[in-house]
Design a protein around this ligand. Sequence first.
Ligand code: ADP
Length: 464
Amino acid sequence: MPEISKQAAAAGRRFDTVLIANRGEIAARIERACRDLGLKTVAICSEADRQAPYIRTADGFLCIGPSAAGKSYLNQDAILLAARLTGAGAIHPGYGFLSENAAFADAVETAGLVFIGPTSSSIATMGDKIAAKRAMMAAGVPCVPGPDTALPDDPDAIERIALEIGYPVIVKASGGGGGRGMRVVPEAGQLQEAIALTREEARKAFGSPSLYMEKFLEHPRHIEIQVLCDDHGNAVWLGHRDCSMQRRHQKVVEEAPAPGIAPDVIQPVGMACVEACRQVGYRGVGTFEFLYENGAFYFIEMNTRLQVEHPVTEMTSGLDIVQAQIKAAQGEVLDLAQDDVACEGHSFECRINAEDPETFLPSAGVITHLALPQGPDIRVDTHIHAGYKVSPYYDSLIAKLIVHAPTRAKAMARMCEALAGTEIEGIATNLPFLKALFEDHAFARGETDIHYLEQWLKLRRAAA
Ligand code: ADP
């Protein structure tokens, strides 16, 4: 784009008030970033969240609907109306809810507001797993072996594709998400049934029967790369994170950097991610998720939004990712070159969930006592306080405990201290489970994969 039109485009993206279309800890986090940038904020809430602290500290607020998310945080018309009534010039979607909804991003821009995220077409491309894989392969990002095209209808042709990849394979819905719409096929005998079931599921759940197939990796780690881009073709990657500690595909503990990965192994992958961003004209923050097995990286998906675990990268890079995301949305030129990115030390994040530590059933109620740890290298991102009522309507995440230290071992020790200094009474939380996990020797040695946590839980249950 010529310089003059770039400036004009940037001028059109200026705003002084941000509506935060989310709740909980991330609403509080975004509010802080806006305040630090001198921007005004409008908080929205459902009836269940009227007492949330970030509602009181925002410059304005509107209750937009009943407690059920479908009638409030997912109600696009109500959110757009709230922006119009309050004079907000931009909408920050946070994570979850409408954050990766291309139609919403489009509606925001059509209403003359700025969507704090990538363009709706970037969201749509990355939301279609086949299109995303094709874009990544074109940019030289390493992908899981398997074609970047939809499976044909002909059963014999499907069988040939599976044989070429080699069993076990995984069949995935192109429109799938949230861990749904995929099936592992260990051997040829189970292929046709798996295809039929996944196709039907995909048709019903995602409105498209389109499927693709790739190699099923048996013991991978989950490693991801954070990127930051502007509207002017500049892009950087901010290091990597390991999020292998998962239960039911939900991340529980994250860390940066991923342990045991040599810089010369990750470097080309990071640069390929940056190149992919340039090629697709990506704007703002994003995350490339990879499976990592036997020293090789395999792209699985790109998240086109801010992530829950962004603080571990903020701790190691010293950058404020949310502020950078807002500045990119304003059309500012990225004030950071790749050589300026220097990640130091090690950071862990624990997700503190309101759930039973044994059964993992959600726990709602009033927090009767709260003590949070403090210290120069301890950060707590939360919206809770003593007397806060944890609602049964939403995700069970109530706080994120983040630590930083010069080495991984020291960061683990610091997390143990931070967990010991955290007291939450009145509801059940997963604190006892997190404390036990941080005493686990294999975790301490970095010898885990995406199945480790589930196996560890099974062994613990058997021993109890
Ligand atoms: P979603 O968008 O539903 O989260 P992903 O493609 O990100 O789907 O995959 C979710 C999870 O499924 C991954 O984190 C990983 O645990 C598992 N998975 C996906 N693809 C593969 C694969 N090719 N081999 C092994 N596990 C996989």
